[in-house]
Design a protein around this ligand. Structure first.
Ligand SMILES: NC(=O)c1ccc[n+]([C@@H]2O[C@H](COP(=O)([O-])OP(=O)(O)OC[C@H]3O[C@@H](n4cnc5c(N)ncnc54)[C@H](OP(=O)(O)O)[C@@H]3O)[C@@H](O)[C@H]2O)c1
Length: 311
């Protein structure tokens, strides 16, 4: 009862498949060999029937004995059989061909995913070094070549079709979303494009505004910082471990390479818009939190607060 368990040889699925295919191949070759022998004997019989026994002696096609055509026809079938076995490999059947094709496609897809990941990593490094080099050459003296930022967070409200704005304004009003925006960004640096800044009636209280613009002499109220690139904006938040990128479309697009977190309010509706949030690539971003809010008297649309972390 407690004796040693008998060892049974383990063959994995692929090995079994290989053995089965090898057996099929042997059977197929055997059949071809039998076909060849039967052909030789058959051809001999046809010749004997006609020449020795005189069977159908008077029946001719194009002045040629009928058995010549019969043998040629048969030879053609034999050659076709040989061609299938050795050239097109049809002997494995449609299922085998499909399985092999599926395997090949899966392998290619795996390879594409790997290349994609490698490419995105490289792209991020390139963008960072390019951006930081710009900062380095523009800021004197430069203390850091990389920002100390710990959690650079994109905060955005986007519709199902990724719409975020129209005519330099927001499209919807969702009071709980505004409350969440205020709570999260309170006391932090908020980075924004010049157009988003201009969409505010006045700067938001208790936040450090960093406005990105290419204009050299862009006028802003006291306390608002202007910079001329996203990298400089990140650099300007050095003292803050949790700065927020608050939009708009142009800045979000560039910030997707730098951010570690996305705080998304997904508005469950599609809108006509002129500004959109980039598609969130789930091979790069992992959803870590999702909280649904149905529509009610204060909220015209249902929405979800979703947090994504960089993988
Ligand atoms: N739903 C949301 O959560 C949300 C959040 C924020 C904004 N929005 C909406 O988004 C829309 C505004 O977005 P937008 O894409 O039109 O504009 P934006 O991103 O706010 O600002 C674009 C401006 O930023 C500056 N800029 C961009 N990239 C730069 C770079 N690499 N270096 C230097 N300056 C740079 C340029 O300013 P200059 O032209 O001055 O050089 C550019 O015109 C509005 O409709 C707003 O309501 C929606």
């Amino acid at each position: 009862m407690f004796g040693k368990k008998k060892q049974t040889p383990q063959i994995d699925k692929e090995q079994l498949e290989l053995i089965q295919n090898a057996q099929k191949r042997i059977r197929q070759k055997k059949r071809l060999y039998i076909h060849f022998v039967v052909f030789l004997i058959g051809a001999l019989f046809l010749i004997l029937f006609n020449i020795v026994l005189g069977f159908g002696k008077d029946f001719k096609i194009l002045e040629t004995d009928w058995f010549v055509f019969a043998i040629l026809g048969w030879l053609f079938l034999l050659l076709y059989h040989t061609f299938n076995v050795f050239v097109t490999h049809k002997f494995m059947g449609k299922d085998w061909e499909k399985a092999e094709l599926d395997k090949l496609v899966a392998k290619q897809q795996q390879r594409i995913e790997q290349l994609k990941k490698g490419f995105l990593k490289e792209e991020k490094l390139m963008a960072q070094s390019e951006a930081y080099n710009t900062v380095k050459s523009e800021t004197k003296p430069v203390q850091q070549t990389t920002p100390k930022t710990k959690d650079l967070t994109i905060i955005v409200a986007a519709a199902e079709n990724n719409a975020i704005g129209k005519d330099n304004d927001l499209i919807w009003h969702l009071s709980d979303d505004l409350k969440r925006f205020k709570n999260l960004t309170n006391g932090h640096h908020i980075i924004m494009g010049r157009k988003t800044f201009e969409s505010f009636p006045k700067p938001l209280p208790n936040r450090t505004h960093i406005v990105i613009t290419r204009q050299a002499n862009y006028n802003v109220p006291d306390g608002v910082i202007t910079v001329n690139s996203l990298a400089s904006a990140i650099e300007a938040c050095d003292s803050d471990t949790q700065p927020y990128i608050i939009g708009g479309g142009e800045i979000y697009k560039q910030a997707m390479l730098f951010a570690n977190t996305i705080e998304l309010t997904r508005v469950h509706h599609s809108f006509e818009a002129d500004t959109f949030f980039p598609e969130i690539d789930t091979t790069i971003w992992k959803e870590t939190h999702n909280e649904f809010h149905d529509k009610d008297e204060k909220h015209q649309y249902a929405f979800s607060f979703i947090t994504y972390k960089r993988r």
